[in-house]
Every structure is written in structure tokens, then in C-alpha cells.
Design a protein around this ligand. Structure first.
Ligand SMILES: Nc1ncnc2c1ncn2[C@@H]1O[C@H](COP(=O)(O)OP(=O)(O)OP(=O)(O)O)[C@@H](O)[C@H]1O
Ligand SMILES: [Mg+2]
Length: 602
């Protein structure tokens, strides 16, 4: 007899479960997909111990008959496709008939379902892939699936699961991804019997997105090209994140984490966004199902496009158009306009002219305004309301934010003078630019420190004439010792001087004239705040921003023109000269257009 044999079904299921079911979040993902495919209008998810002890998904979809319920637990059993052609005209999230048997093979699994218009429900109990009981019972229409003790029979997998809180975060992410593309479905989530999120159904896509990304201004994107349509809402590069977690991408309403799509998005933002930072928002890509293969990854989270190039270009075009036209990029101008608008509104109330209050919606749709003129959002509205005082200001053709990225943009500015010991006023062809010296200096220092840390030790340090003896709390002392290598890389060299006492011997040269002692202690506290297991590297932006903020020229400091020239030159060397590390703008423009309107010359 030969050595090769066919594996028993139960083992095959366990092996394939390894691909589909990695952690509680993957179970939730599969069960949600099934509930969505079943036409549910309400889906509830109940969890215990971050899904490790219990995941229960209850839907009110069309349910299953007894026979279908038994069939659904067989491998490769699906109601969603019949042949190869169907695979390329999919309008369901599932298609492989793998999820339920995979999940059932690695958990204690109960399925209760009642088909629409049928009398009773069926309950099937399975343990580690073995059917324990099948019986009739009463239940409402729909399907409830309960998954207890995930991986109870696959111990090595258990080891890879994280703390319940971490698993819960991942589950939440999965639910949000699904909720975004299904605004008409109401989702609720309970953990340890307490409701932790609730997304009631919404009529519009926008409203659902606002439920999930609430405090970020998002701008609409939209473009159609050669049968490929891209729609969505994205944040300005200034409202960025350190991960892609808040960037939700979809192909034909299927949530994905596709490298090609992510790369196309990042390429579109280009160097408007800092390295290691990511925009937030939602992108829906629609392609003819026959032009996209969704069967390239076991968790269905990547796809392959027939015409990848056109998809990439369509994504880029839609995003770049938004970036060029969205108000944030005209922000330099807009901010000045808004400040003036508020000023005039103030005047109005003082002189008794009633100006209507504007609502403060966080959605700004330039696409809609352009395409069908239907959208009326707060900014446009409030300008309109104040016509008498501030006749609507159109956007200028001179968009300085594009120029700001130019190599010598700031060095070439004609510096006129400093006002309020904070603002540097400069003349330009189209009006004037006002630079916030503190924000500018913070940006310059931030990038210097970060580069020095990353490129290791090229930071110029300066020995202190009198080393500084620092007494500190035991906590600070232990942090300093624990992270001494990383702290040295930031230019601080020190040795131990006694119990809870350090001697600071040198600091980064550019910190010499600042309160480096305070910066050093601040740094230790910042590191203490990172949270479990985080390294300086992971929180480098935060550390650098702290140092930069404390070491920068403050307001109330007079600058000579040489110092201004020096600052501008450094600013031109920055990768991202648009905002300080905390996202505050560095420069604003007041154009001649605005000045003319102020003085009613137009
Ligand atoms: N919540 C549900 N409501 C109604 N029918 C369901 C539900 N969950 C599963 N089913 C039925 O069970 C079948 C098997 O589900 P399963 O998730 O294993 O496979 P699938 O969804 O067809 O494909 P995939 O493995 O890609 O998810 C489905 O095709 C569907 O007919
Ligand atoms: Mg499925």
C-alpha cells in the first residue's frame, strides 16, 4: 500500500479553518458577511472576553430551512454561487462555502435559524466539528450563531490570541468596516452584556460614515473612468493618523485591505502628507464584477483587477481633484477669510445687523457643489448670509499651498516685519503671507530631531559647561535607565549620580539656549505615558513634537531679519512645511482679492 492517503474531513476542516479563522475578529467578519448576505436589516453582536469566550451574532435575515441549515455546515456548501460564471458576477460577500464549517470545527458552535414564513426554528449544536444535536425549537425569524470557546481544540492557536481588550478592538474594527458599507442595516454590539456601540440605520452613506468617523472633516471624492467608479470621503492631509486603521476601502461594497488600493491612495496624497502618516476616510470602488477576481486571498480581503492601471489612475484622479479643490488646500487663504468673516459677523452683532448663525456640519462636499450644485454646506452658506458685509469670496487662482512645497518658497519671501512678537508678515505677488513663528520653528525642530534620531547619532550635541544634576522621582529615574540608549540618540547624555539622581552632561546643540532640563524631564514623562510595551521609535512623533514644542521660539520673542531668514531657510528644508507637528497651520495668506473686498474696491 502507498504512503499517500486522503485526510479525514474533520482534519481537512481544521486545516482550512486555519486560513479563514485566525482570531475572534475573523469569526465576527464571516458571520456578519453571512447576515448581510441574508438581507438582514438588524444585526446584533454579543461578546465575552473579546470574543474568546463567546461570539453571538443575531440577525433578522431570511434564515434557513432545517435541511439548508444542515447543509450549510458541510464544506464547500453555498447558496451563493453555482458555477464559475457566478464567481465573476458576484453580488454577495460570501461565495466559498467555507466559513461556517471552518468556524464550527474549532469551537463549540450553535446555530439557530428560522426560515421566513415557517412555523418553527432549527437548532444545531456542534463541538469541534462533530454534530451533537439537531432539534426543533421556537425562535424569531432569522439566524443566530453562537461561537463559544474558540480554539478550545486547537491549543497552539489560543496562544496567539491577545488580551480581550485588544481582540475587542479588532472586532470593533471589523464591525465598523461592515457598517460603513451598509448604512441601511442597524448594528449593535454588546460586550459583557453592556452595549458598547450602536449604529442605527441611516438613509445616507454620509450619515453612516459620520457615525463612525465623527470628529474629522471629510471631503467628498468622486470620479468615473472607463467603467470604473470611485466615490468616498477623505480627510485633509493635516487630519492624519499614524496607521491606516481609519482608512476604509471597498470594492463593490466588499471591505478590503488591499495593498494596491492603499498604495494608490498614498501616491495621491504624495508629499502633502508626512511620511508614516495616513489620511482617514472611506473609498468605494465600483467595477464590473467580471473585471475583478475576489478569490485571491483566504479571507477575501484582497482582490485582483483586470485593469489595474485604470483603477489606480481613477483613484488618483479622484483624490487629487479633491485635494486641489478642497478648502484646506486653499486653507492659507480660507483661514484669513474666515477670520475676517468672523470679524465682520462680530461687527454685525455690535451694530445690530442680524446675521444668521451657520450650522457646523463637518462634511464639506466640493464634488457635489461642482457637479450638481445641490449641496449647500456651512461655509458657503454663512458667506452667503453675510453678503452685505462680506460679499462672497471666490477661491483665488493663486493657491499658495502648492507653492509652499517649492524649494525656496520661504527664503524668497519678502519679509516686511514682525507683529505681535509672533507673526512674520511678508509681501508676495498676490498679497501678503503671515507666518506664525512659533509654529514654523516647531516644525523645523521637529524634523531635525526626528531625522537625527532615525539617521542615528548625527545629532550635534553640546557638552554643558556645568553638568546639570537632576533629582527625580523613582519612576522617572527608572525610565531614564531603561531607555538610556534611545534618549542618548536624542542628544541627551547623562550618567547616574546617586539615588534617583542623574547628571546631564550634554544636550542637542539647538537646545542649548532653551530650558533643556525641563525638556528632559518632560521627555521622561512622555515616555512613561506611552503605554505598555511601546518604544520610543513607535512614539517618535510624539517625543519629537514634545521636544520641538518646548525648544521652539515662543511667542513674545523679537526676531531680527537675519533670524527670520535663517528660520525661513530651515523651513524650506522641511519635508512638510505646511503645519506644526500638532497640525496647526504655519502660514496664512491675505490676498489682494480679500483686501479689495475689505475696502469695497470691487
Ligand atoms: N446568517 C445567515 N442567514 C441565512 N443563511 C445563512 C446565514 N449564514 C449562512 N447561511 C447559509 O449558509 C451557507 C454557508 O455559509 P458560509 O459562510 O459557510 O459560506 P458562504 O457564505 O456561502 O461562503 P464563504 O465561505 O465565502 O463565506 C451560505 O451560503 C448561506 O446559504
Ligand atoms: Mg459566508
Amino acid at each position: 500500500m502507498g504512503k499517500i492517503r486522503i485526510l479525514p474531513d474533520i482534519l481537512v476542516s481544521k486545516i482550512s479553518a486555519g486560513e479563514v479563522v485566525e482570531r475572534p475578529a475573523s469569526v465576527v467578519k464571516e458571520l456578519l458577511e453571512n447576515s448581510v448576505d441574508a438581507g438582514s436589516s438588524k444585526i446584533s453582536v454579543y461578546l465575552k472576553s473579546g470574543g474568546k469566550r463567546l461570539i453571538r451574532v443575531v440577525d433578522n435575515g431570511y434564515g434557513m430551512s432545517r435541511d439548508d441549515a444542515l447543509m450549510s455546515l458541510e464544506r464547500h456548501a453555498t447558496s451563493k454561487i453555482k458555477d464559475v460564471d457566478d464567481l465573476f458576477s458576484l453580488n454577495t460577500l460570501g461565495f466559498r462555502g467555507e466559513a461556517l464549517p471552518s468556524i464550527a470545527s474549532v469551537s463549540r458552535f450553535t446555530l439557530v435559524c428560522r426560515l421566513k414564513d415557517s412555523e418553527g426554528a432549527t437548532e444545531i449544536v456542534i463541538e469541534g466539528g462533530v454534530i451533537k444535536s439537531v432539534k426543533e425549537k421556537g425562535a424569531p425569524q432569522g439566524t443566530t450563531i453562537e461561537v463559544k470557546n474558540l480554539f478550545f481544540n486547537t491549543r497552539p492557536r489560543l496562544k496567539f490570541l491577545r488580551k480581550p481588550e485588544t481582540e475587542l478592538l479588532r472586532i470593533n474594527e471589523v464591525i465598523q468596516r461592515q457598517a460603513i458599507s451598509n448604512p441601511d442595516i442597524s448594528f449593535e454590539v454588546f460586550s459583557e452584556e453592556r452595549q458598547i456601540s450602536h449604529y442605527p440605520s441611516r438613509d445616507s452613506q454620509k450619515d453612516r460614515i459620520l457615525q463612525i468617523i465623527p470628529n474629522t472633516e471629510l471631503f467628498e471624492i468622486g470620479f468615473q473612468n472607463q467603467g470604473i467608479k470611485v466615490e468616498g470621503y477623505l480627510s485633509s492631509p493635516l487630519e492624519n493618523r499614524t496607521s491606516m486603521q481609519k482608512l476604509y476601502t471597498y470594492v463593490n461594497a466588499r471591505p478590503l485591505r488591499d495593498r494596491f488600493i492603499n498604495r494608490s491612495v498614498m501616491d495621491s496624497y504624495g508629499n502633502l502628507i508626512e511620511k508614516g502618516r495616513f489620511p482617514q476616510g472611506v473609498i468605494f470602488i465600483y467595477v464590473d464584477p467580471k473585471d475583478v477576481d475576489v478569490n485571491v486571498h483566504p479571507t477575501k480581503s484582497e482582490v485582483k483587477f483586470q485593469n489595474q492601471y485604470v483603477v489606480g489612475e481613477t483613484i488618483k484622479h479622484s483624490i487629487k481633484t479633491m485635494l486641489n479643490e478642497a478648502p484646506w488646500i486653499k486653507g492659507y487663504k480660507k483661514r484669513a477669510e474666515n477670520a475676517l468673516k468672523n470679524f465682520y459677523q462680530d461687527q454685525q452683532s455690535k451694530t445690530g445687523y442680524g446675521g444668521e448663525d451657520s450650522s457646523s456640519g463637518r462634511f464639506t462636499s466640493f464634488y457635489e457643489t461642482r457637479v450638481d450644485n445641490k449641496a449647500q454646506f456651512s461655509e458657503e452658506k454663512s458667506l452667503e448670509n453675510n453678503k452685505n458685509y462680506y460679499s462672497s469670496v471666490e477661491s483665488s487662482k493663486n493657491d499658495i499651498s502648492k507653492d509652499v512645497g517649492n524649494k525656496n518658497y520661504h527664503s524668497n519671501l519678502k519679509f516686511i516685519g514682525q507683529i505681535g512678537k509672533l507673526y512674520l508678515v511678508c509681501e508676495t505677488e498676490s498679497g501678503m503671507i503671515v507666518v506664525d513663528q512659533h509654529a514654523a520653528h516647531e516644525r523645523v525642530n521637529f524634523e531635525k530631531i526626528k531625522k537625527a534620531y532615525i539617521e542615528e547619532n548625527i545629532i550635534q550635541t553640546q557638552e554643558l559647561l556645568l553638568p546639570e544634576v537632576l533629582e527625580m522621582t523613582p519612576q522617572e529615574f527608572s525610565i531614564a535607565q531603561q531607555f538610556s540608549d534611545d534618549i542618548n540618540k536624542l542628544g541627551f547624555n547623562f550618567d547616574i549620580f546617586g539615588k534617583n539622581t542623574l547628571r546631564l552632561r550634554s544636550v542637542a546643540a539647538f537646545l542649548l539656549n532653551s530650558s533643556y532640563k525641563e525638556i528632559f524631564l518632560n521627555l521622561l514623562n512622555e515616555i512613561d505615558n506611552f503605554g505598555e510595551g511601546k518604544s520610543i521609535k513607535q512614539s517618535l512623533d510624539l517625543v519629537c513634537a514634545t521636544i520641538a514644542c518646548h525648544s521652539s521660539i515662543r511667542a513674545n520673542q523679537k526676531l531680527s531679519s537675519d533670524e527670520v531668514a535663517y528660520l525661513f531657510r530651515d523651513l524650506d528644508k522641511c519635508d512638510f512645511p505646511h503645519a506644526c507637528p500638532h497640525g496647526r497651520p504655519i502660514a496664512s495668506e491675505i490676498s489682494y482679492d480679500v483686501l479689495e473686498k475689505m475696502f469695497r474696491r470691487t
